[in-house]
Design a protein. Structure first.
Ligand code: NAD
Length: 292
C-alpha cells in the first residue's frame, strides 16, 4: 500500500483518485474547488487544505490539472515540500516544453518523475480503463506502473521525459484530422444521395476505416453508442479537441515540423468552438461542415 497525494480532483482526477482508494492506497487530495474536494471525499480521498499539505509524507504525487502553467506552478510548490525519494507523476494534458520543465524541477531535487497523460475520457477515468502514455526514465516507470494500472488498462512507456505528452498530441492530431475527413465524406455522400448506412458499411470495412468512423461515427444510426445518437453531447468536447490541436501546433512550431492538416484542423475546431459549440462533442463538427 502506498501513500499518494493527488492534486487536481476535477472530472478526471476525482474518479482516478477514487480508483487508487479502491485499490487499497491511502490517498490525500487537494483542489482549489470545494465541489471537487467534496466529491473526492465521498470516494474515500482524505482532503487536505492545500497541495503542500497533501504531499507531506507522500511516497507518490499525482497531478491532474488544466494546463502547463498550472502544473509548473503546483510542482514548484510541492517538489520541495514532498519527502525525499517521492515519485512525481503528471497526468494532465500539457505542452511538451512544460512537461520537460516539470521533469527538470524534479531532477534538480533528486526525485523521479513521469509525464503520463491519458486517453479514455471521464468514462475511462471512472471505469479505470484509461490508456496512459508515459515519458520518463525506466526507474520511474517501473515504480509508477503498478499505480497507473489501478487507474487504467493500458500503460505504454513512450521514452524519456516529455514523450508521453508527445505521443498524446500526435495521437489526438490524427484523431482531429480523421474526424474532419470522415465528416466531409458523410456530408458529400448525403449530397450524392448515399445513405449513411451504405457509406458506413463500405468505408468501415474498406481502406477508409478508422476509429472516427468505426467506433465514433459522426452520424446517427450506424454506431449506436456514438455521440451523434445523443444530439452530440460529449463524449469528447470540441474545446478539449481544440486544446490538444493547439498543443500539437505549438510543438510543430517549436520543432520545425510541417503539419498543414493539423493546422487546418486546429483552425476548423477554433471556428466550430467559437461559434458556441465548444461544449458539444467534437464529432458535431459535421453540422458545421455541412453548412460551410
Ligand atoms: P477539470 O477542470 O474538471 O479539473 C481540473 C481541476 O484542477 C479543477 O478541479 C481545478 O479546480 C483544479 N485546479 C486548478 N488549479 C489548481 C491548483 N493550483 N491547485 C489545485 N487544484 C487546481 O479538468 P479535467 O477534465 O479533469 O481535465 C484535467 C486534465 O486532463 C486536463 O489537462 C485535460 O486536458 C486532461 N484530459 C481530460 C479529458 C476529459 O475528457 N475531461 C480526457 C483526457 C485528458
Amino acid at each position: 500500500m502506498t501513500t499518494i497525494a493527488f492534486i487536481g480532483l476535477g472530472n478526471m482526477g476525482g474518479p482516478m483518485a477514487g480508483n487508487l482508494v479502491k485499490a487499497g492506497h491511502t490517498v490525500r487530495g487537494a483542489d482549489l474547488s470545494v465541489a471537487s474536494c467534496d466529491a473526492a471525499a465521498k470516494a474515500g480521498v482524505a482532503v487536505s487544505a492545500n497541495a503542500v499539505e497533501a504531499v507531506a509524507g507522500a511516497e507518490v504525487v499525482v497531478t491532474m490539472l488544466p494546463a502547463g502553467k498550472h502544473v509548473l506552478g503546483v510542482w514548484r510548490e510541492i517538489v520541495p515540500a514532498a519527502p525525499t525519494g517521492a515519485l512525481f507523476i503528471d497526468s494532465s494534458t500539457i505542452d511538451v516544453a512544460s512537461a520537460r520543465a516539470a521533469h527538470a524541477l524534479a531532477k534538480e531535487a533528486g526525485a523521479l518523475s513521469l509525464d503520463a497523460p491519458v486517453s479514455g475520457g471521464v468514462g475511462g477515468a471512472q471505469g479505470a480503463t484509461l490508456t496512459f502514455m508515459v515519458g520518463g526514465g525506466v526507474d520511474a516507470f517501473t515504480k509508477g506502473k503498478p499505480l497507473l494500472e489501478a487507474m487504467g488498462k493500458k500503460i505504454v512507456h513512450c521514452g524519456d521525459a516529455g514523450n508521453g505528452q508527445a505521443a498524446k498530441i500526435c495521437n489526438n492530431m490524427i484523431l482531429g484530422i480523421s474526424m474532419i475527413g470522415v465528416c466531409e465524406a458523410f456530408a458529400l455522400g448525403e449530397k450524392l444521395g448515399l445513405s449513411h448506412q451504405a457509406l458506413f458499411d463500405v468505408a468501415s470495412t474498406s481502406s477508409g476505416q478508422c476509429w472516427s468512423i468505426n467506433t465514433y461515427c459522426p452520424v446517427p444510426g450506424p454506431v449506436p453508442t456514438s455521440p451523434a445518437n445523443n444530439d452530440y453531447k460529449p463524449g469528447f468536447a470540441a474545446d478539449l479537441m481544440l486544446k490538444d490541436l493547439k498543443l500539437a501546433q505549438e510543438a510543430a512550431l517549436a520543432s520545425g515540423s510541417a503539419t498543414p492538416l493539423g493546422a487546418e484542423a486546429a483552425q476548423l475546431y477554433a471556428l466550430f468552438a467559437g461559434a458556441g459549440n465548444g461544449g458539444a462533442d467534437f464529432s458535431g463538427i459535421i453540422k458545421f461542415l455541412r453548412g460551410a
